[in-house]
Every structure is written in C-alpha cells, then in structure tokens.
Design a binder for this molecule. Structure first.
Ligand code: PGA
Length: 256
C-alpha cells in the first residue's frame, strides 16, 4: 500500500485570535476530510489546542504541538508536560525546529526531547537543516550530526513514530533567500536516508517519512512531491491561509 503524504501546518505564534484559528482549522479540515492519500496535521499555538481539538472529527486531520517539556517534574514555570498533552489526545510534536534551536535548544536537549516524547507515545517530527550551504560541504556533516545525536539509541519499536523534516534555515520564513530547489531537496533526502540507514538499519530507515519545509507554497509544492523525493511538507506561512494550504493538500493527494 502506498504511504499517505504527511502535510503538517506549523502555525507558530499565529493567528491572533481563537476565532480566526477555529475558522482556518475548520476550512482546512473540510478539505482534508475528502482526501484519502493525505494525513493532515495542524500544530496551533498551545493556547488554542484544546478548542481546536474539539473540532476534530475523523482521522484525516490530526493535531500536534510545536514544543513540550521532556521533564516529568511539575516545577517548570511556563512549560507544558507530555502528560497534559496525552490527556488531550494530541498526537504529534515538532522537535528541533530551527526557531527553537535559535532560542538555545541544542542537539543534546533535542535528543532528550525526542526520546521522552517517543516514550510518551507521540509521533515526533524531528527537524534538521543547515544554516547555510557552504561550498566546502560542511552542511552535510552538520545534518548528519543533528540526526546522529537526536536518534542514537532510539528503540526500534518507536521508529514508526518518527518523521524527519528537512528544513534548510536559509529557506524558511519571510526572510528566506529562496525556497530550496527540487534538486537541493532530492539530494538531501537521499543523504538523510543514508544516514538513517546507517543508524537504524536499511529496511527501517526507508520507512521513515522525510518531509521538506521552507517556503512551501501552492506553486512549488508539486515539484517537490514529484521530483524532490519528499513524503510531505512542514509548512509555516502557507499553512495559516486555508486556501493556500488546501491547494497544497489537493496537490499532495493527486501525486502518487
Ligand atoms: P515557512 O516556514 O513555510 O513559512 O518558510 C517553515 C517552517 O518554519 O517550518
């Protein structure tokens, strides 16, 4: 059976009101409900999560979060625990997003989070990506290191709950230089598969979905899916626009 494409919306710190969040989610859910080849996931800000979860029906749209604490103690001001999230039926957690790495999360902390979240039963969306593409190719070993540290020692029973999102930092957000090219994405996806195979074993590694993220929009989505070797997307800006996100979902649904 062909794997479903996984399309994840990372809403970051938007929208400004719950009303808007519910409206966007409902519109996306409506599109997603009609698409059998796509698993849609929306990661709203924490403050909207419980209300958004009430709007979920069926399995085609799931809800995730953008972060959580990996610690079990209660004395962590401002943090959210995995227990709270499992009680709400949140299924996905993004880990290692470049914006959180920029806030100080290093590979070691990301490793702890990956392990704790897998143990707690979540699907972990592990983001990796280089800051820049230098001619000497150090970005390659940079990504290898990110994967090695985060995934080393992960028990094989958890591998079905890992998704990798390749997000080159230079291609993310409003100040992005440009989206990665389909060739950039293809080359990096092959490389990531190789690293995963050496870490986790060939058969298992091949089953781990690898998404692309960074300036994905309705115009470039098809190229990545057809020729970029990707199993789906992690999308920022375009995921907050129900029309654009729905167009990407339709594209993903039709590409075999
Ligand atoms: P973007 O963000 O789609 O707005 O470039 C991607 C991301 O940060 O995950």
């Amino acid at each position: 059976m062909k794997k479903k494409k996984i399309i994840i919306g990372n809403w970051k710190m938007a929208p400004r009101t719950l009303k808007e969040a519910k409206k966007t989610f409902s519109a996306i859910k409506k599109t997603a409900a009609s698409l059998r080849n796509v698993q849609t996931v929306i990661c709203p800000p924490f403050i909207y999560v419980s209300d958004i979860l009430k709007l979920v029906s069926g399995h085609r749209t799931a809800v995730g979060v953008q972060n959580a604490s990996h610690e079990e103690v209660t004395a962590r001001t401002g943090e959210i625990s995995t227990e709270m999230l499992t009680a709400l039926h949140v299924q996905y957690i993004i880990v290692g997003h470049s914006e959180r790495r920029a806030m100080g999360e290093d590979n070691e902390l990301i490793r702890k989070k990956v392990h704790a979240f897998l143990k707690a039963g979540f699907v972990v969306v592990l983001c990796v990506g280089e800051i820049d593409r230098d001619k000497g190719g150090t970005y390659i070993s940079f990504i290898k290191e990110q994967l090695h540290v985060a995934l080393k020692g992960v028990h094989k029973k958890f591998l079905k709950n890992i998704v990798i999102a390749y997000e080159p930092i230079w291609a993310i957000g409003k100040n992005a230089k440009r989206p990665a090219s389909v060739e950039d994405s293809f080359e990096m996806h092959i490389f990531i598969k190789k690293v995963l195979a050496s870490l986790l074993g060939k058969d298992r590694a091949l089953r781990i979905p690898i998404l692309y993220g960074g300036s994905v929009n309705p115009e470039n989505a098809e190229g990545f899916l057809r020729d970029g070797g990707v199993d789906g997307f992690l999308i920022g800006r375009a995921s907050r626009d129900a029309e654009k996100f729905s167009a990407i979902l339709h594209t993903a649904n039709k590409i075999k």
